[in-house]
Design a protein around this ligand. Structure first.
Ligand SMILES: Cc1cc2nc3c(=O)[nH]c(=O)nc-3n(C[C@H](O)[C@H](O)[C@H](O)COP(=O)(O)O)c2cc1C
Length: 352
């Protein structure tokens, strides 16, 4: 059995241990461009000892932003700005991935600390798209149902963003298929009622996610790992569930996805996830057992004993830490055995 402080190989990338930083939106970009905040924020978590820093949900098209302050990667200037983030993270000794995303019907909202629900067009909001015309909830924008041209444009945009990410210096890219954003909206029978080839049974609902995987896999170098994030269940009757998620994980693996971070929920309001310490770990364990794919566990993992047990028991191959690293970026460094600590030379006297 592997251990938390053992290397993990993902295609051509080997990370020295298995504590990852989970992707977390900063809602702090202008025009989709990374700026000083992003450089400092990600470099600090890299200095703090995370083996792999995963940059927040980054929109592949402008209408796919959650808020107007999301990062984007639909043009070359955005790639250039992200290159600075990659340099800073590499200099601090970590590897870096980027989560590529499209928010679908959950796009065009305010950033969380400025209120919830749709951002009105009078305040810079934009028209949103989705698998159908049902909004996420009544306070969100009503989407326009995507036609085949819209679908192709999104698939192409994932490929283009992957190509830019590789050029900007990222070590891996992650496809965001979780939390009720566009790909998950297509996956779930609760949000996808399409009568065409992109709806219906499992094969139809999975089509867009698989096309996005194919677009990314052929856009990035063959040595570069392709990661994905999936919600394993909607936590709602009649919704996307572990069974279908396992099937998708198998299909992802067959198409060249190397790692899936297993999260849950986000598709619709009214879900009741059993929130508590490590509450999604058993979902990751099930996907790993069913599909054989390398997985990450995430969600309320806050102690070193918990993290070690998750990997040692084989429930998952890595742990992703979110809020813990917002509160305490240096948490991993304090846990790491001396041989894995890569405290910067400037700080070495603090780590005898
Ligand atoms: C401020 C914030 C922003 C987040 N943004 C993203 C995101 O961009 N992409 C994503 O997949 N999950 C996002 N999440 C979810 C986290 O990645 C993580 O799955 C969740 O916080 C549970 O892990 P934790 O208990 O360790 O925080 C976000 C969470 C927080 C707190």
């Amino acid at each position: 059995m592997a251990k938390l402080f053992e290397p993990l190989a993902l295609r051509g990338l080997t990370v020295p241990h298995r504590i990852f930083m989970a992707p977390m939106c900063q809602y702090s970009a202008s025009g989709g461009l990374a700026g000083p905040w992003h450089i400092r924020h990600y470099a600090e978590r890299a200095l703090g000892g995370a083996a792999l820093v995963v940059v927040e949900a980054t929109a592949v098209r402008p209408e796919g932003r959650i808020s107007a302050q999301d990062l984007g990667l639909w043009n070359d200037s955005q790639a250039e700005a992200l290159l600075r983030v990659c340099e800073a993270v590499h200099e601090a000794g970590a590897k870096i991935a980027i989560q590529l995303a499209h928010a679908g019907r959950k796009a065009s909202t305010r950033r969380p600390w400025e209120g919830s629900g749709a951002l009105p067009e009078s305040e810079g909001g934009w028209a949103v798209i989705g698998p159908g015309d049902e909004p996420f909830d009544p306070s969100y924008a009503k989407p326009r149902a995507m036609d085949h041209g819209d679908i192709q444009a999104v698939v192409d945009a994932f490929g283009e963003a992957g190509r830019r990410a590789a050029r900007a210096g990222f070590d891996a890219v992650e496809l965001h298929g979780a939390h009720g954003y566009l790909l998950h909206q297509f996956l779930s029978p609760l949000s996808n009622h399409r009568p065409d080839a992109y709806g219906g049974g499992f094969d139809g609902r999975s089509r867009l996610a698989l096309e996005a995987v194919d677009a990314l896999r052929s856009a990035i170098p063959s040595s570069m790992p392709l990661l994905a994030r999936l919600s394993a269940t909607d936590w709602l009757p009649g919704g996307w569930d572990l069974e279908e998620c396992s099937l998708l994980a198998r299909a992802f693996a067959a198409r060249g996805v190397d790692f899936i971070d297993i999260s849950s929920g986000g598709l619709a309001t009214g879900a009741k996830p059993p929130i508590g310490p490590g509450y999604q770990v058993s979902l990751a364990a099930r996907i790993k057992a069913d599909s054989g794919i390398t997985t990450g566990a995430v969600g309320l993992i806050t102690t070193i004993e918990q993290a070690q047990q998750i990997v040692l028991s084989g429930a998952a191959d890595a742990v992703s830490l979110g809020r813990l690293l917002l509160r305490d970026p240096y948490w991993p460094l304090r846990q790491l055995p001396p041989e894995l600590r890569r405290a910067p030379a400037q700080y070495l006297r603090a780590y005898p």
